[in-house]
Design a protein around this ligand. Structure first.
Ligand code: KIV
Ligand code: ZN
Length: 522
């Protein structure tokens, strides 16, 4: 039996705080999800914003190997917007939903049960008039009266829904209860045998994966999940955990999925890199420690035979040893082979650029690991159009003096230099850039981590800012953490400057900042 994997990282995952992504980033994730082998990519909630709409439209243009879905509330306006966003896809889907529990009906929708049934019929019929593939979800299904749930589902099926989703919206159910609910719907609902039963579980009680597996055992054939378990509040069922539970316990779950498990690690890294949301070290399947054995007894066992303490092989999920790689004498050909082996898909131009960065790194760092190469390559795959370039910087800092930073940047052929003081050298450097550009950013998150080991390891800096309700992220990579931080700050500025209003404001500021101008940049 085949289980369809419906990935909602770009919708439920993205709508959770701190996980927003921009168009190019969403596209990159969508392409990787296609490579991973998911059956459905829920690319966003088209009516939520212009950005969401555009991202779904672009994803629809490029993805050929998976269905592309957009979420829509059960209103004509939402459904039409969703359809407009996905209609260019090879396999488009409208995913519409309405809440069905009395709590939601009374306090949120302020509608009667009869009204909900009427809306379901009308809106599913409308969605079907636009698109062949319609999924219908009963929001808060697990807190809905099962008999009423059955009636709503029957109405949706009669009106043309092909997939019926029964979500545990608030992460409230338990495996046995959910098994019974799916069994009840399967046994009692007219027409259910002609549609796909889908489940969508949230992790508020830490049961999302267990509940989804119970639902599969009861007959659900589509699971909705996210990479790294991202999602509203405590997140959604983690794709990697669900898939590996089925793959590892074939004795209990005799099901197949289309997932290429070797792509799991790469996908997890990409999503974590793009959102800036780190994966907890002890996270199942993709956490840094998920396959490492610390205790002597365990190490001894694993050395004798891996099966003593390992239920899966790390290679099956695409984990690689952090190998020491090539040195000064490695050529471009070997480099190209290496990044291919690591699962990256780069254009010739990107390879050339990444190779020259790799060579530059060799001058600064003795040992280069896979993780260093991955960081360079990731930096290359999500380029930011550069308006501002970091030219040079000097910082003075210590525990007995006020930190100062002198920063020079090039902006459209002209160099500007400025000195500032701050709470530490990084704050001072950020302030210097703000003074030059006149753009004052509302910093929400800043972190630096080392991408590999050793005191000469590269530092990857991550900056997240909030501008007019939108989150922007920037990244920088260098063996010097201060440089990495300034690069990340410049990169976030460059993203914000794509907005013509901000760009014009900066130009005006530069005209007033002639005292900071140094020279025509070369
Ligand atoms: O959790 C939920 O109920 C949802 C639906 C919109 C499917 O995300
Ligand atoms: Zn959800």
């Amino acid at each position: 039996m085949k289980i369809k994997v419906f990935d909602t990282t770009l919708r439920d995952g993205e709508q959770s705080p701190g996980c927003s992504m921009h168009l190019t980033e969403k596209l990159e994730v969508a392409k990787q999800l296609e490579k991973l082998g998911v059956d459905v990519i829920e690319a966003g909630f088209a009516i939520a914003s212009e950005g969401d709409f555009q991202a779904i439209q672009e994803i629809s243009k490029v993805i050929k190997g998976a269905t592309v879905a957009s979420l829509a509330r059960a209103t004509k306006e939402d459904i039409l917007r969703a359809y407009d966003a996905v209609k260019g896809a090879k396999h488009p889907r409208i995913h519409t939903f309405i809440a069905t529990s009395d709590i939601h009906l009374n306090y949120k929708l302020k509608k009667t049960r009869e009204e909900v049934i009427d809306i379901t019929k009308e809106m599913v019929t409308y969605a079907r008039s636009l698109c062949e593939d319609v999924e219908f979800s009963c929001e808060d299904a697990t807190r809905t009266d099962p008999e009423f749930l059955r009636v709503v589902i029957e109405s949706a099926i009669e009106s043309g829904a092909r997939t019926i989703n029964i979500p545990d919206t608030v992460g409230y159910t338990t495996p046995t209860e959910y098994y019974d609910l799916i069994t009840y719907i399967k046994q009692k609902t007219k027409g259910i045998e002609d549609v796909v039963i889908s489940v969508h579980c949230h992790n508020d009680l830490g049961l999302a994966v267990a509940n989804s597996l119970a639902a599969i055992s009861a007959g659900a054939t589509q699971v909705e999940c996210t990479i790294n378990g991202l999602g509203e509040r405590a997140g959604n069922a983690a794709l990697e955990e669900l898939v590996m539970a089925m793959a590892t316990r074939k004795d209990l779950y005799a099901y197949e999925t289309n997932i290429k498990t070797k792509e799991i690690m790469h996908t997890s890294n990409l999503v974590s890199y793009i959102t800036g949301v780190a994966v907890q070290p002890n996270k199942a399947i993709v956490g840094a420690n998920a396959f490492s054995h610390e205790s002597g007894i365990h190490q001894h066992g694993v050395l004798n035979h891996a099966s003593t303490y390992e239920i899966m092989q790390p290679e099956h999920v695409g984990r690689r040893q952090n190998e020491l790689v090539m040195g000064k004498h490695s050529g471009k050909h070997a480099f190209k082979e290496k990044i291919k082996q690591m699962g990256f898909d780069l254009t010739e131009q990107q390879i050339t650029q990444a190779f020259s960065e790799f060579k530059a790194l060799l001058d600064k760092k003795k040992n280069i690991f896979d993780a260093d190469i991955a960081a360079i390559v990731r930096n290359e795959t999500l380029p930011v159009e550069e308006i501002i370039f970091l030219r040079d910087f000097t910082v003075h800092a210590g525990n007995q003096l006020t930190a100062t930073a002198h920063v020079a940047v090039d902006i459209e052929g002209v160099s500007y230099r400025c000195a500032e003081i701050g709470d530490g050298p990084i704050d001072a450097a950020f302030k210097a850039i703000q003074r030059i550009t006149g753009i004052h950013l509302n910093l929400k998150d800043y972190k630096v981590h080392s991408v590999s080991s050793g005191k000469d390891a590269q530092g990857e800096a991550f900056v997240k800012v909030l501008e007019e309700g939108l989150e922007y992220t920037g990244r920088g990579l260098s063996t010097d953490v201060i440089e990495a931080s300034i690069l990340a700050y410049v990169s976030v500025m460059n993203k914000i400057l794509r907005d013509s209003v901000r760009y014009n404001a900066m130009k005006e500021q530069l005209d007033d900042n002639l005292d900071l101008m140094m020279e025509e940049a070369i």
